[in-house]
Design a protein around this ligand. Structure first.
Ligand code: AOF
Ligand code: ZN
Length: 364
């Protein structure tokens, strides 16, 4: 017999489809199972956060929602937004039972959705697959509770941890399959971030070029403390097509205006003692802009800054079967021993072979 946890895992799989699309909102999955045990509605949050997952699933279920059980990956909302609260829609549809994975930390919800359902006489089972839901919603939770996005770092290196050869040629260290996986990672994030060094070395496009997923390109963010971004680089030239944000410490001036004129959004962050961007302040600004899932593609300086500020939640490391040698550029720059000793250990959660490369996924 299908268990509650099986249905919840289906709902979580649906929710994950919305990663990268639904920010500033979480992606919520909902499965409606009729009295006779059939799945009559499936939904997840739409682009930009609307419609909510429950709205989609209830619409599909129609009259069959009467007496059903709804499996929802996050507590249904209790506030009046652009539409009535999902908790009210579930009550109106006549469901018998709600199985909810985890409560919503948004102060407009925070337990009120569960309360509404219970008061209406609906049986509520809270906490099914809670750990998995915590991970699936981590971007949204980080934004609301931690005032920063979920931060994932992707590194593509040689076996000896070098991301570029002696002349800084970094683009093709790993094979085509790893690069495609990297593009899939882009599609499941709200924004992708690189440092100015990477832009000057590679002039990248930072879009998602997988067939069928071209419209899943995330926002592109460049960390550029002194505004060295050339006005004729690919990112600036395409800024009106794919949003491009520049994080800097500069407050104005010709370059600032020039970038804004080309459609780039320039945001001024606090500077640290060395004049570098204050990472915590920058992440709070990004969370404030609604970013829940941020993918950092480095390079060496950005990776090191993230490690120094203890800001890495997940790490994907792709390694090609090549040795570049000590002349190459290390994945992490400026890692002095004090920083290394302070760094928390990562745990390996998954690994595999991809083409001729090895990939590993770590969590803090
Ligand atoms: C749900 N189902 O699919 C999502 C929820 O701006 P609004 O009105 O769309 O509300 C956003 C809030 O709703 C968001 O902060 C979070 O608390 C909740 N998200 N809730 O019932 C959904 N995406
Ligand atoms: Zn809702």
């Amino acid at each position: 017999m299908t268990q509650d946890s099986d249905y919840m895992q289906m709902a979580l799989r649906l929710a994950r489809r919305g990663h990268g699309l639904t920010w500033p909102n979480p992606s919520v999955g909902c499965i409606i199972v009729s009295k006779s045990g059939y799945i009559v509605g499936r939904g997840f949050t739409g682009r930009g956060g609307r419609p909510h997952g429950e709205t989609v699933a209830l619409k599909q279920a129609g009259q069959a929602a009467k007496g059903s059980t709804a499996y929802i990956t996050l507590e249904p909302c209790a506030h009046h937004g652009q539409t009535p609260p999902c908790a009210q829609s579930l009550i109106n549809a006549g469901i018998d039972c709600a199985v909810v994975a985890i409560t919503d930390p948004d102060s407009r919800v925070g337990g009120k959705g569960i309360e509404m359902l219970t008061q209406a006489g609906i049986k509520v089972d809270l906490g099914v697959c809670q750990d998995k839901a915590q991970k699936a919603n981590q971007g949204f939770f980080n934004r609301i509770v931690g005032h920063r996005p979920l931060i994932t770092v992707k590194i593509a290196s040689s076996q000896d941890g070098k991301i570029a050869g002696p002349k800084g040629a970094s683009q093709w260290v790993t094979g085509p399959q790893s690069r495609a996986r990297g593009h899939l990672l882009r599609a499941s994030h709200d924004a992708i971030m690189v440092g100015i060094g990477t832009v000057l070395a590679d002039n990248p496009s930072l879009d998602c070029r997988l067939p069928g997923l071209e419209d899943r390109s995330p926002i592109r963010i460049v960390m550029d403390s002194s505004l060295s971004l050339p006005l004729d680089c690919k990112l600036v030239e395409t800024a009106r097509k794919i949003p491009t944000w520049v994080m800097t410490t500069i407050k104005g001036g010709d370059k600032f205006e020039g970038l804004c004129d080309q459609g780039v959004k320039v945001m001024t962050c606090k500077a640290d003692k060395q004049g570098r961007i204050d990472m915590i302040d920058m992440m709070a600004m990004l969370a404030n802009e609604g970013i829940t899932r941020l993918l950092s593609e480095g390079g060496a300086q950005v990776n090191a800054s993230l490690i120094r500020a203890s800001l890495i939640d997940r790490l994907y490391w792709f390694r090609a079967p090549k040795i570049i040698g000590q002349e190459g550029l290390a994945a992490l720059a400026d890692m002095d021993i004090e920083t290394v000793l302070k760094t928390k250990n990562f745990s390996l959660v998954r690994e595999g072979r991809i083409g001729n490369d090895i990939w590993q996924e770590y969590m803090i």
